[in-house]
Ligand binder design. Structure first.
Ligand code: FE2
Length: 354
């Protein structure tokens, strides 16, 4: 077991002992049958935001159920769950990107969410088709353009980025990044493999530089004049605008946000989502947690944090996101992003998009 795993288990143990001490410790209580054990839920998550912590606290206040959290990257957590099998302590997994949620489902790591509350909270396109997981937050992969050099009226679609007009102007990160893989998967789902491959080759030809850096680095490069249009996730624009780093704020103030494909197939969206684990020992608590996290109350907290769109559509996004306007999202089931992930990676390799 890795160090974090050990820390997680130790935490669970310490909490059980504390609970035991709190009730006087007069009786021998086994961890499997104790009342205390019934009052916890164990969560693996790749999210690391203060708001999430705030939500766990609110959940505990409302239900009395303590939330034990293990944080790591989703790839590590999915692997961990897979290796732990039936012995896992985890009742819930939160992972970012539908492609990863698809992989966790594919590995048989999720139970089915049957709660009517959850199903009513979240629209079908933001849930797995078999309800193995549900989205908690939504982000769009948009075009960030130079306010100085680009007239947004000239921007249109992802597809257009492969045209000659964009030669030397496109900034985008490496294809090893799952956000790009999911964007590509969506283009395969919508336009077919051949068109997707042609598109990737065209965008590669039009790149201002070899793919490098993260989403924020693309925006920075736009403002530095290396290229005119960056492909990036909406929440990074929000983070930069509200950054403590004055340079980042300046960059974010010098770019515009454009939602591509509004007259055609819609802007690519992705999610971070949650599923109840197949071998959850605190299943009832896990269901309550998912119900809570998709509720209007919790979703309004999400909406004000991290600049993501709430997955519950009765909840309004933050003022900043509203200022960018409403947009039409790709009308595909997010399952497609996982289904075509491998093909997306292959196409990137075939055309040489590093
Ligand atoms: Fe991110």
């Amino acid at each position: 077991m890795n160090r974090k795993g050990t820390i997680f288990l130790s935490l669970v143990l310490i909490l059980s002992m504390l609970a035991l001490a709190a009730c006087g410790g007069g009786e021998q209580v086994t961890s499997d049958t104790s009342e205390e054990k019934d009052m916890v839920v164990n969560l693996y998550t790749d999210r690391h935001y203060d708001t999430d912590e705030e939500l766990y606290k609110l959940f505990t206040e409302e239900t009395g159920i303590k939330v034990n959290v293990l944080k790591d990257t989703s790839d590590v957590l999915i692997e961990k769950l897979n290796v732990e099998g039936a012995d896992t302590e985890a009742d819930l997994l939160i992972a970012t990107d539908a492609g990863r949620l698809f992989r966790a489902k594919d590995l048989g790591l999720f139970d089915t969410i049957t709660s009517e509350t959850v199903i009513n909270n979240i629209e079908p396109n933001l849930r797995d088709i078999d309800n193995s997981w549900t989205a908690l937050t939504v982000r769009a992969r948009v075009l960030a353009y130079s306010l100085d050099r680009v007239d947004p009226a000239d921007l249109s679609t992802y597809e257009a980025l492969a045209e000659d007009a964009y030669a030397g102007k496109i900034l985008v990160r490496s294809s090893t990044n799952i956000y790009n893989q999911s964007l590509m998967a969506s283009i395969i789902a919508i336009n077919g493999e051949d068109a997707a491959k042609e598109w990737a080759a065209g965008v590669l030809t039009n790149m201002a530089r070899n793919p490098q850096g993260n989403d924020r680095a693309q925006a920075t490069a736009v403002v530095a004049g290396e290229g005119d249009v960056a492909i990036m996730n909406t929440y990074y624009v929000g983070k930069m605008l509200n950054s403590e780093d004055a340079e980042e704020v300046k960059v974010a103030e010098s770019i515009g946000v454009f939602f591509p494909n509004q007259d055609t197939t819609g802007t690519h969206i992705n999610v971070s989502g949650i599923g109840i684990t197949k071998h959850a020992k605190n299943k009832d608590n896990a269901v309550k947690f998912v119900e809570f996290m998709t509720s209007e109350a919790a979703q309004s907290v999400f909406a004000q944090a991290n600049y993501e769109y709430p997955a519950n559509k009765s909840v309004e996004p933050s003022d900043l996101l509203k200022s960018w306007g409403e947009f039409k999202a790709q009308d595909i089931n997010l399952v497609e992003l996982g289904k075509y992930n491998q093909r997306a990676v292959e196409i990137f390799n075939e055309v040489g998009w590093e």
